[in-house]
Design a protein around this ligand. Structure first.
Ligand SMILES: Nc1ncnc2c1ncn2[C@@H]1O[C@H](COP(=O)(O)OP(=O)(O)O)[C@@H](O)[C@H]1O
Ligand SMILES: Cc1ncc(C[n+]2csc(CCOP(=O)(O)OP(=O)(O)O)c2C)c(N)n1
Ligand SMILES: [Mg+2]
Length: 340
């Protein structure tokens, strides 16, 4: 008999069936795990000076990309989303493995896929070192490895009260591209052309992650949606936060859209692969200097606050500093969940 269906979200599922058992095992025996399940990368103690950062992300047809997606873009994105997790920890890429299920051995498709994959590998100096290939529904899974000097990894758990909250680049364009491709709104061809790389070929912020070692208290990459992902950082750090909705950094193309699309896509659209990080206010000019050096806008969007209850709370403020209403907040916090 089938067990009754209980709603189980992506993170509850990971917690109940994988994280708990993993933590029990780690608590019971000596091990070389410096950081287990729950952050952008796991950290293994591999030498007295360095830790090894490891992350896996999978791209599944119909879920992460449309059937007939451009294989060159797919190859690029498959590696880029993994490198983004290394960036979030301040890890330097070392190499990656590729596990690939293919419906057929199509040489033209594979040629393009390989071209995109190696374009990302070259750009971020991260060589392919192994993998596995089977027949099956198209599924691309990469595991990336990076290194970080012991103690310098930037975790989700390090945010301190009164830290500034920062976001790199702009957010919302990948979701705007998806909306245009799904005909949820009209976007003229020039505007689509200007932003579609944000969905298809995201830029992992490796250089930023390295520059933030010893500067940021906490960080993560934005894959599911800025505010929902920030909530994970708050849970990891056991802190509350306030964020100003009108400070979320948007591209000129997103700024041309109706305000409700702007807010929804920037706050919860996902697929951004920017970094969200916290840092003490006294380092503000240092962070601005990092942004100038990397030619990457870094925007301060809010502030970390002490936790007021047993659950981390993210309050979204309008321009006048007043909290926006609860139902709108809930919508803006509703980030991507594979099982919601
Ligand atoms: N099947 C699994 N087994 C063990 N750990 C998992 C599994 N799926 C996800 N995780 C871990 O759960 C955490 C949350 O996953 P996810 O949100 O996918 O992370 P990310 O956004 O960094 O890819 C991560 O630390 C990830 O490594
Ligand atoms: C066809 C298609 N539908 C929807 C999306 C949007 N989308 C799919 S998965 C996802 C969230 C990120 O993926 P996930 O596997 O959760 O990445 P992780 O958080 O593990 O890094 C988003 C925004 C897309 N890119 N393509
Ligand atoms: Mg993942």
């Amino acid at each position: 008999m089938k067990s009754p269906v209980t709603p189980l979200g992506e993170f509850a599922l990971i917690g109940r069936f994988f994280k708990e058992a993993s933590e029990a095992m780690l608590a019971a025996q000596p091990h070389s795990v410096a950081l287990g399940i729950g952050d952008d990368c796991a950290l293994l103690r591999v030498s007295p000076i360095d830790e090894l950062a490891i992350t896996s992300d999978m791209l599944v047809e119909g879920r992460h990309f449309f059937v007939d997606a451009n294989p060159e873009w797919l190859g690029y994105k498959a590696l880029a989303v993994n490198l983004s997790d290394l960036a979030a920890m301040g890890a330097k890429p070392l190499g990656f493995t590729l596990a690939l299920a293919l419906p057929e051995a199509d040489a033209n498709w594979l040629q393009s896929f390989s071209k995109g994959l190696f374009a990302a590998a070259q750009a971020f100096e991260c060589p392919l070192v192994g993998g596995d290939t089977t027949a099956g529904p198209l599924n691309i899974c990469i595991t990336a490895f990076g290194n970080v000097p012991k103690g310098l990894a930037i975790k989700r758990s390090g945010a301190q009260v009164e830290d500034d909250i920062w976001v790199s680049g702009t957010v919302g364009d990948a979701r705007l591209t998806l909306a245009a491709l799904r005909h949820e709104l009209d976007l003229n061809p020039q505007d689509l052309e200007a932003i579609q790389h944000r969905m298809h070929q995201p830029s992992p912020r490796i250089a930023l992650g390295l520059a933030l070692r010893g500067v940021a208290h906490a960080a993560l990459d934005i894959s599911d949606g800025l505010l929902g992902d920030l909530k994970h950082l708050l849970e990891g750090s056991q802190k509350d936060a306030e964020v100003y909705l009108d400070r979320l950094p948007k591209s000129p193309t997103l700024l041309k859209q109706a305000i409700h699309f702007q807010n929804q896509f920037a706050a919860s659209g996902g697929d951004d692969y920017e970094l969200c990080f916290t840092a003490p206010q006294r380092l503000r000019s240092k962070i601005e200097e990092i942004g100038r050096t990397l030619q990457l806008p870094l925007t301060q969007i809010g502030r970390i606050k002490p936790m007021q209850s047993e659950r981390a709370v993210l309050t979204v403020l309008s321009a006048d500093g007043m909290p926006i209403d609860e139902s709108q907040t809930a919508l803006l916090l509703q980030s991507f969940d594979h099982f919601a």
